[in-house]
Design a protein around this ligand. Structure first.
Ligand code: PHE
Length: 485
């Protein structure tokens, strides 16, 4: 191996650690500022002149509340001092004197054995003042980066006065190559820096400079990158465009009429309940956008269509006029097809929908749906099955499951499901629109439709176990995310 050149800074680090063992990076400075020292350590590691271990440890910081107590004393200390002055106090008095600290003070003084009897708190003799002082001292010690006993630390953390942080640092040791490099250092009398003076005096001609190491490591630069979800959206969009689909766009705020009634969802359907759908209070009434189809919609809901029987209830136009945050992007499809009903269509959208849902590992209340539809005379259920499998397989998923399902607006209906860690997760719904949906809109051919969850797909795509991780903005993940397929 060629002899490894080292810089002055690297020399200083090697020289410092040469007679020491397991030196934590943050325990010395060797005449260097922190940033330069850290970069010298990185270079030494890269050149194989030191051995590096990672050490993870805890640090503790005092919260704003904790700092207030260092200055003003603990609430229970203030309470105790009041008792010292007055000998006994009613709870009312204490409430007035301690204000917002009253509850904390009472709870903590009770833990020390002073409890109210018949609404009165009495002074109790004891080593309380010493105890308060020692607590305050302990908090200050933490503030100064010193250690305190574990038990008290736990109590402080429990009270929110101290926060624990995980930190890592490098522990370094010189190795044989490092010793060799150290010995060779200085023999060449290399210069590190070229100054304007050396150039003007010509002195540089007589000096030797440390050669550039062209193999040397450069710092990794994280340029701007796509958010993983954006990346996936771009991919999905590309797949549909490549398959010949046209992208459609809709609106966050929709008429209930378009979002539900046009889809033959009855007006007493549970999905319309306040606990499922966000209603928008617009402050005024809006006419329905397409009054010309309402008569047909009413007829279909109340009496059905042809041999289909309808829902048999009194349909109300007022319901259809209400504004909501759209609950699915199937509303994009029906509106688009209504406006483009004269020719076959292949359409998709990737847009947000809103549901009054409690958030957990697989549910969000605001999520993206991948919506799509094919309108044409030559399509059937097999086309739909092929389409769904084809779409997922182009993303890398070859084992989706299609299971029979139910939606008020499709017949037959199918759900798409996969297993995540042995748990079945539904990725979306699909089906062929019922005549009760297509006929009032003047659509004469079958419509294959599907609505798929994007974030659930992202979980699979990036190997996440919890859907919320997508929106956590964890920088490490945002910089280093990997596709699992
Ligand atoms: N709109 C349904 C949902 O939000 C999915 C779906 C779309 C079902 C199209 C059938 C047809 O879950």
């Amino acid at each position: 191996m060629e002899k490894t050149e080292i810089s002055v800074n690297e020399y200083k680090v090697l020289d410092y650690i040469k007679d020491r063992k397991d030196v934590p990076e943050d325990s010395f400075n060797a005449g260097l500022d922190d940033r330069i020292k850290s970069s010298a350590v990185s270079y030494l590691e890269f050149k194989g002149l030191i051995d590096v271990k990672k050490d993870t440890y805890n640090t503790y910081s005092v919260s704003d509340e904790g700092r207030k107590y260092i200055d003003q004393g603990f609430p229970e200390e203030r309470l105790y001092r009041l008792l010292m002055q007055k000998n006994k106090c009613s709870l009312e008095e204490l409430k007035n004197d301690l204000g917002s600290d009253y509850k904390i003070a009472m709870a903590n003084i009770a833990k020390m054995g002073i409890k109210p009897v018949n609404g009165v708190l009495e002074f109790t003799e004891g080593h309380f003042l010493e105890e308060f002082k020692s607590r305050r001292d302990a908090l200050s010690r933490i503030e100064n980066g010193e250690k305190i006993e574990d038990e008290m630390l736990e109590v402080f953390m429990h009270r929110g006065l101290v926060t624990r942080h995980r930190a890592t640092r490098r522990i370094i040791n010189i190795n044989e190559n490092g010793r060799a490099a150290l010995e060779g250092y200085g023999q060449n009398d290399y210069l590190e820096v070229l100054t304007p003076e050396m150039i003007s005096s010509g002195e540089w001609k007589n000096r030797k400079f440390r050669p550039y190491d062209l193999n040397s490591r450069v710092e990794q630069i994280n340029g701007a990158g796509l958010h993983p979800l954006t990346y996936l959206i771009e991919n999905v969009r590309k797949i549909f465009l490549e398959m010949g689909f046209t992208e459609m766009h809709g609106h966050f705020i929709e008429y209930t009429g378009w979002n539900m009634d046009m889809l033959f969802i009855p007006q007493d359907h549970p999905a319309r309940d306040l606990q499922d759908t966000f209603y928008v209070n617009a402050g005024k009434e809006f006419e329905f956008e397409n009054p010309e189809i309402l008569d047909m919609v009413k007829k279909v809901h109340e009496k059905g269509y042809g041999k289909y029987s309808g829902w048999d209830y009194k349909w109300s136009e007022n319901e259809a006029r209400k504004l909501i945050l759209r609950t699915h992007t199937t509303v994009n499809t029906v509106r688009y097809l209504y406006n483009h009903r004269d020719s076959p269509q292949f359409v998709f959208s990737i847009e947000k929908v809103f549901r009054h849902e409690s958030v957990d590992w697989k549910h969000l209340s605001e999520l993206y749906q991948i919506e799509g539809a094919v309108y044409g005379s030559n399509v059937n259920l097999s086309t739909l099955k092929w389409l769904l499998r084809e779409f997922y397989s182009r993303l890398g998923f070859n084992n989706i499951r299609l299971i029979p399902s139910y939606y008020p607006y499709t017949e037959p209906s199918m759900d798409v499901a996969v297993d995540i860690n042995g748990r079945e997760v539904e990725l979306g719904g699909s089906g062929i629109f019922r005549p009760e949906v297509t006929r009032p809109m003047g659509l004469r051919s079958p419509v294959l439709a599907f609505g798929l969850g994007l974030e659930r797909l992202a979980m699979l795509y990036y190997g996440l176990n919890d859907i919320r991780e997508i929106y956590n903005s964890d920088l490490d993940w945002l910089k280093n995310y990997k596709i699992k397929f």
